[in-house]
Design a protein around this ligand. Sequence first.
Ligand code: GAR
Length: 190
Amino acid sequence: MKIALFASGSGSNAENIIACFRARHDVQLIEFPLIVSNKADAFVHERARKLGVPSFTFGKADFDNGAVLRLLQQYGIDGIVLAGFLLKVPDTLLQAFPDRIINIHPALLPKFGGKGMYGSHVHEAVVANHETESGITIHSVNEHYDEGAIIFQARCPVLPTDTADDVAAKVHALEYAHFPEVIAQFFEKK
Ligand code: GAR
């Protein structure tokens, strides 16, 4: 299966996913032939260059009007993984990849989800709310932000002394540890 990675920022998850799959020999049926971003200056492009994976930037309209879909079709893409991707996935892509788009969210959904809840904003809200735990949620993507069926969650403690950066570090560690394996299991069943 060919999976497209979508990323809007640093791309550390995208890099970790590609590196993990390159190092594994039991899941060679899954490949990541390209990275798609909505930000030309996102650091994910630098990571893509180092990994030797082509990366592309599209404006919001291109996600809606079929330009991104055409590129994915040219690459024979079978599914999409959102790894820190901040635009809403348009209906054109949801229809083209039914139950084949998954997202990672840096909190325990349904808490701290929805529009505007991404990256550091999530961790700041977790700390402001005096939560005692946070974690990651990997879920399938539907037409509503962060509301698709939950595939996997993992938890980490949040201490009273933790800053948003401390929580981010714990959550990133969970992401790196679990996301590649969840991707492997999800797409191997398809
Ligand atoms: C990750 O923590 C991911 O869970 C989050 O963005 C970060 C991207 O980091 N995604 C969302 O907030 C989606 N709502 P990365 O660019 O270093 O992989």
